[in-house]
Write a protein that binds this ligand. Structure first.
Ligand SMILES: Cc1cc2nc3c(=O)[nH]c(=O)nc-3n(C[C@H](O)[C@H](O)[C@H](O)COP(=O)(O)OP(=O)(O)OC[C@H]3O[C@@H](n4cnc5c(N)ncnc54)[C@H](O)[C@@H]3O)c2cc1C
Ligand SMILES: NC(=O)c1ccc[n+]([C@@H]2O[C@H](COP(=O)([O-])OP(=O)(O)OC[C@H]3O[C@@H](n4cnc5c(N)ncnc54)[C@H](OP(=O)(O)O)[C@@H]3O)[C@@H](O)[C@H]2O)c1
Length: 477
């Protein structure tokens, strides 16, 4: 296996963590401490008031405001986000969300979920787990909550590595702004905050309501409405299922169901590849249709030539964009961005850049920023098991920053050989974790040469491999 050469790094004087309260930020702060970096050298900023990141459920997500770009793509915001551009929107976690991975697969190193937690925890149990972790590891004393990072850039006109990066923050309560100089930066801001809605001609003239899954809370809010859900991965399947179960139960009680539920998949409906398993009785409430081509008033024209009418609500469960509103205006990101901007800023309309679908300018491990590896990013990829992957990535980054060198690393293993692919999947994610532990002298069956962490045991890997099958058995979907 070819490894990239080691990359020397300057000594760490202070390190900033952007988004310190989510799972990736918590493990980052923990791993920096474990690597021997004292709290006084860690500036860890979290915009939210509490630890937990996305797992901080918000019962009321706030009204949706849609700004339409000239090219027809929408930008979705709540009041809070309109007031302070770059602030976190409501978390996408909904009322009855349960994890799609078993708790033993999600757990951090030597920190299991409590025994009485179900195998597929409810969202609030994950939040409690993360907040207990933060308290148990002394992270709350290091993290500055309610501090949003507004900008990260190369300090102009300095050659002092200790002052390499300028980080501008804002206290979200007092609105006081502050600027610090640091030698290193770790970005762990998550990538499920900026809603993505594909460009669909005529969507801005749709006569019904348009939502994104970030606003989904429960099916009872759409009682009696004809709903079309776009997307068929985790969010799209959950939304369609939750709506369908309500109608199915009504039918079982002999009640009349008049509303219609559609699910529009990406591409064409292929009868040989059904979206739902035959044994799911409630799934018969869902009319699976092809992708929307364009919309004319209340008529949805599909790519197979069919038309759907009478839809009151379109729920886009089409995922999210990578978004780094704090690092796209200045250098080095202005010329070497971390993500492409999907829709160019239309400044005359006052609509900011949203972010992109791919990541760019990273080293072969897709963890360090290639133009300047004193900046690293944690947990960028899809189809991963983010808690342990983030934790081991953070261990690699903390080791590298503390030792003044990124060790030789093999290229990231992914789901395909396409360099733009952001999907990792099983078993590649474990191969990456193994490689990174080995790179820092750890990760054997009984601990590496430095007697550090052992590799993740086989029974956990197998539980990850079988997660979807197990979930169907345990939860019925
Ligand atoms: C609906 C939904 C369900 C999911 N279900 C599962 C599941 O079952 N199992 C699973 O393993 N994963 C699941 N995930 C994936 C989930 O994103 C990860 O579990 C995990 O939350 C990723 O952690 P993170 O720290 O990278 O990002 P986040 O959880 O998003 O945390 C990022 C943190 O950064 C902060 N931040 C962002 N920008 C700034 C800034 N400028 N300044 C300061 N702070 C900032 C945010 O406030 C946030 O607290 C789900 C995601 C969604 C959206
Ligand atoms: N615990 C849980 O059960 C749970 C629930 C919700 C979300 N999550 C997590 O949250 C993250 C985001 O998941 P997500 O489902 O919101 O987003 P996602 O995984 O990005 O899925 C987006 C969906 O939109 C589809 N899509 C994209 N463009 C489309 C178009 N033009 N027309 C029709 N469909 C289109 C995609 O099709 P393709 O399939 O062709 O790509 C995909 O089905 C994931 O990590 C997921 O695991 C977990």
């Amino acid at each position: 296996m070819r490894h990239s050469p080691a990359i020397p790094l300057p000594p760490l004087t202070r390190v900033a963590v952007v988004g310190a309260g989510g799972p990736s930020g918590l493990v980052t702060v923990r791993q920096l401490l474990e690597a021997g970096i004292p709290p006084s050298k860690i500036l860890a900023y979290e915009g939210r008031a509490t630890a937990g990141g996305v797992w901080n459920y918000a019962e009321h997500p706030g009204d949706i405001h849609i700004q339409w770009r000239k090219n027809g793509t929408p930008l979705l915001r709540t009041d809070k986000e309109l007031e302070a551009e770059g602030s976190n929107g409501p978390s996408a976690v909904y009322d009855r969300l349960r994890t799609n991975l078993p708790k033993e697969v999600m757990a951090f190193h030597e920190y299991p979920f409590p025994e009485d937690t179900p195998q597929f925890p409810w969202h609030y149990q994950v939040k409690h787990y993360l907040q207990d972790y933060a308290a148990a590891k002394g992270l709350n004393d290091v993290i500055q909550f309610q501090h949003r990072v507004l900008a990260v850039y190369h300090t102009p006109g300095t050659s002092d590595p200790a002052e390499k990066w300028t980080v501008v923050t804002e206290n979200t309560i007092t609105r006081l702004r502050h600027s610090e100089r640091v030698s290193h930066v770790i970005v762990s801001n998550g990538h499920y905050n900026e809603p993505y809605i594909p460009r669909v001609r005529g969507l801005d003239g749709f006569t019904g309501k348009v939502f994104h899954s970030r606003w989904w809370r429960n099916p009872f809010q759409y009682e009696g409405k004809n709903v079309l859900v776009v997307g068929s991965k985790s969010s799209g399947s959950d939304i369609a299922r939750e709506l369908a179960v309500v109608d199915h139960q009504k039918r079982l009680k002999g009640e009349k169901v008049t509303r219609r539920i559609y699910q529009s998949i990406h591409g064409l409906v292929d009868p040989k590849k059904p979206t739902w398993d035959d044994d799911l009785e409630w799934a018969k409430e869902i009319n699976v249709v092809s992708q929307i081509d364009h919309i004319n008033g209340d008529v949805l024209h599909l790519i197979d030539g069919q038309k759907v009418t009478g839809v009151d609500v379109i729920f886009y469960a089409t995922g999210y964009l990578f978004s780094y509103p704090f690092c796209h205006e200045q250098e080095p990101f202005a010329s070497q961005p971390v993500t492409d901007a999907l829709s160019p800023a239309e400044k005359e309309q006052g609509i900011p850049k949203a972010g992109g679908k791919t990541i760019t300018n990273l080293d072969p491990s897709e963890t360090f920023y290639a133009p300047d590896p004193t900046l690293a990013l944690i947990n960028l990829h899809y189809l991963v098991n983010p808690f342990p992957l983030g934790e081991i990535t953070a261990r690699l980054v903390a080791y590298s920053f503390a030792h003044g060198e990124v060790p030789p690393l093999p290229a990231l293993r992914k789901a395909s050989s396409d360099p733009r692919d952001i999907n990792i999947g099983y078993p590649q994610e474990y191969i990456n974790m193994d490689n990174w532990l080995l790179a820092i002298g750890e990760g054997g069956e009984t601990g590496g040469p430095n007697h550090g962490w052992t590799r993740i045991p086989d029974h956990i890997r197998e539980a990850r491999r079988d997660a979807l099958k197990t979930r169907k058995k345990v939860l019925g979907y």
